[in-house]
Every structure is written in C-alpha cells, then in structure tokens.
Ligand binder design. Structure first.
Ligand code: NAP
Length: 257
C-alpha cells in the first residue's frame, strides 16, 4: 500500500512534462494520492490534459491564480468531486521578461506588483481557499517551490528573487498561523532545472553549468529528486516539519568559496 493511499491533493503549475509540478505529481500519484490539477488559459489545456489524464481518477480545472473567482471555483469543484483535500502544491511563478532582463534598479511598478501577485500572494490566496477542505480532512500539507535567489543576489534572477523572498516569508507566516489547525506549510528550494519558466532567466544555461561545477555532488538536481522531496513534505514522514525551506540543490547552497 502506498504512503498516500486514500489521500487527495491539488497541484498548481503543470505546463508540460518538464515542469517541476509534473515531477511532483508523479511522485505523489505513485504513492496512491488522487490528484486535481489546474491549467492557466486554453492555450495549454490540451497538452496538460494529455499528461494529467495518464494518472488515475485525476481532475483538471482552469485557474489563473490572479483571479479570485476562478480560485473559488477550483476549490468548490475539488470539494464536490474529491470530497476531501490533504495537500496543495504551489509551483507557479511569473515575472515580465523586461523586468527580469533589465537592470534591477529599473524594475517597473506594474511588473513588481504582477510578479508578487502571481509568485507570492497566490500562495496565501490558494491556502486560504484550501483551508475549509483541509479542516474537513483533519489537516493538510502545503508545498511551494522557491530558489536560492530569494536569499542571495543571483545575476539574472532580479525581480523573481524579490518575489521568492516574499514567498518564503509567506511560507513561514502561513506555517505559524495555521500550525494550530494541523496545516503544515513548507518550501523546496530547488537547484536550476531546464523548464519553460527557467528559460525566461537570462544566462540560465551558464547558471546550470556553474551549479553543476560548484555543487558538492558535482551535478544538477534531477526532476525526480524534486518530486521525491515534495513527496516527503506532503507525506506523514515529515509530520514534525513546518515553516521550512528545504534545499534540493545537490548541496550548492552550503558552499562558500
Ligand atoms: P514551468 O513548468 O514553466 O511552471 C511554471 C508554471 O506557472 C506554469 O504552469 C505556468 O503556467 C504557471 N503560471 C504562471 N502564471 C500563472 C497564473 N497567473 N496562474 C496560474 N498559473 C500560472 O516551470 P518550473 O520551473 O517547473 O516552475 C515551477 C516552480 O518552480 C516556480 O515557482 C519556479 O519559480 C520554481 N523553481 C524553478 C526552478 C528551475 O530552475 N526550473 C528552480 C527553483 C524553483 P503558464 O505556462 O500557462 O503560464
């Protein structure tokens, strides 16, 4: 019997088979969790459906995380169709290309707002919408995806680093707020992986090479390793852990010189 048999979860952020969210979904499904997924806009619907329909009894719903009505609809449908909710995976981020590429000092007000809305505030909004369902299930586990650029200034990461700092602080405040309701909130700080979102970062290929050279394990992290770490954080194996940012980066963050 799988670790997550009889449990249900919702995964935000599958765009294609290289998405970190898809690696996580596969790990959760392998352990018996029934999953709901969301896609943003019609553009990706068919390709996301082709993936998610390969998992048993999955549900696929539209959701732009900046739209409160769509967020409310998603959790209404999850309640109606899955009847319970035990976990939420937040694997969503966006910043306008110009604001990532320009000098940081030239970040636009609009870009700053949008990046924080999609990449950080959405964690609060989604967790709030999931809360009544978590309470029905006796608790829940939330996992978000972040990057080292939240802690250190990483060339090319710019505005996204500031939004990730906000996301990581939101993880801690949500964990402190919701711990008494048996809801755990953690983040995985993943090393660089070549995904659709990553291609928006200028110099990303150089970043991959640099990480592989400097990381103690002398390589980049595999998608499956991020999936397995999320499985740990979702499962009862991590029942004593909340409010943490866990690095899954082949050790890159521990190295000084
Ligand atoms: P990805 O496959 O491109 O996933 C990003 C997802 O965010 C996409 O599904 C995208 O949907 C979704 N998204 C953007 N705006 C949205 C909105 N308004 N509403 C709903 N969904 C929205 O890239 P990924 O690398 O797996 O990214 C997943 C998470 O991991 C992100 O938080 C990212 O910052 C984080 N992360 C990535 C790396 C890396 O190196 N790849 C490292 C550390 C952390 P659309 O495509 O439809 O816009």
């Amino acid at each position: 019997m799988g670790l997550l048999e009889g449990k249900t979860g919702i995964v935000f952020g599958v765009a294609n088979k290289r998405s970190l969210a898809w690696a996580i979904a596969q790990a959760l499904s392998r352990e018996g969790m029934r999953l709901a997924f969301t896609y943003q806009g019609e553009r990706l619907k068919d390709s996301v459906a082709a993936l998610t329909s390969t998992l048993p009894d999955s549900l696929l719903l539209p959701c732009d995380v900046t739209n409160d009505a769509e967020v409310a609809d998603v959790f209404g449908r999850v309640d109606a169709e899955l009847g319970r909710l035990d976990s939420l995976v937040h694997s969503v981020a966006y910043a306008p290309k110009d604001d990532l590429e320009n000098e940081f000092v030239n970040t636009s007000r609009e870009g700053f707002k949008l990046a924080h809305d999609i990449s950080a505030y959405s964690l609060v909004a989604l967790t709030k919408a999931a809360l009544p369902l978590f309470e029905k299930s006796g608790g829940g586990s939330v996992v978000a995806l972040t990057y080292y650029g939240a802690e250190k200034a990483v060339e090319g990461y710019n505005l996204m680093g500031v939004a990730k700092a906000s996301l990581e602080a939101s993880v801690r405040y949500l964990a402190a707020n919701l711990g008494p309701r048996n809801v755990r909130v953690n983040a995985i700080s993943a090393g660089p992986v070549n995904t659709l979102a990553a291609r928006g970062i200028k110099g990303f290929t150089g970043m991959l090479h640099h990480h592989a050279e400097k990381a103690p394990l002398r390589r980049n992290v595999e998608l499956e390793e991020v999936g397995n770490a999320a499985l740990f954080l979702v499962s009862p194996m991590s029942s004593g852990i909340t409010g943490e940012v866990m690095f899954v980066d082949c050790g890159y963050n521990i190295v000084g010189l």
